[in-house]
Design a protein around this ligand. Sequence first.
Ligand SMILES: Nc1ncnc2c1ncn2[C@@H]1O[C@H](COP(=O)(O)OP(=O)(O)OP(=O)(O)O)[C@@H](O)[C@H]1O
Ligand SMILES: [Mg+2]
Length: 311
Amino acid sequence: MLAVEVRDLRKTFRSGWVPRRVTYALRGVSLAIPRGVIFGLLGPNGAGKTTLLSILATLLLPDAGEARVLGHDVVREARAIRPRLNMASGNSNFIWSLRAPEILAFYGRLYGLHGKALSRKVDELVALCELDEHRKVPYHELSTGLKQRLALAKSLVNDPELLFLDEPTLGLDPDISVRMRAQIADLRRKRGTTILLTTHYMREAEELCDEIAFIKNGEIPARGTADALKRQIRIGDVIALRLDPASGEGLAELPGVLRCVSQDGRVECTVDSAEKRLPQILSWLHEQGVIVRDVDVHEPDLEEVFVELAK
Ligand SMILES: Nc1ncnc2c1ncn2[C@@H]1O[C@H](COP(=O)(O)OP(=O)(O)OP(=O)(O)O)[C@@H](O)[C@H]1O
Ligand SMILES: [Mg+2]
């Protein structure tokens, strides 16, 4: 069964009177996310990521279209889904004077936990998210990294089957981001939690996600695995050559070579497939009597795909 099934989902925000502003946040999004995967929603600012997550988490009503989460309709059957999902945002904010265990206990009570079960759950989450040393620190004194960890801990208070993470590593140091990602990967591995996360960071999406959907202007122009996306966008592989003599004349006319530029004493050929074209290029150069001093093959990374799609 699918964890998330979205068909032609639309959401428009209307704000202000004079002038009246209309924002088309989602313009017909369709998506199917299987259970047990980590799915990444990648897109520029204002693309509609948070809007989509909020609708799926039953926090916002769509204008049109259909969204089913864990088999239930998000509008008509919200009550059936809510106990089974949770959401954490990189922009979370909790009551400034409360300490991590108090904040977790507050949310635990909302899900019906009390007494021993509640204190066990709080201890478990404090340990899981490595907040033990910071038990006595009020929320506003915690560092950004610790606040983010607390937001993640809070989102696990009801052992959700489905977890929405909105920019879980926003504003974190690289080393803390790495730990946060490892923890997210662990949740799926150890608990089988289905995770839908939004991010601006290509590396994060590439490392963590089984599948990625690009969202832009409220639409999804492309989705697939990181590898499939790279192939689909067809930016091409780059073969960089250091030649003797240095000119790469004639290379641009070879089959499969899309572009050829000379810079810093190197010739960079963009080709449809490096695997296929590299042997052909090398044997052609050999025939021409050109010596190849160095070869470097570079496949496009997701960042380049992102830039291409965001154009
Ligand atoms: N409550 C609101 N009222 C009016 N417009 C809104 C509201 N919430 C979002 N929008 C608009 O809807 C569009 C999509 O916003 P959303 O927050 O979903 O984008 P996002 O992809 O999460 O962006 P970011 O990467 O900056 O978090 C934006 O143009 C935004 O200004
Ligand atoms: Mg957002």
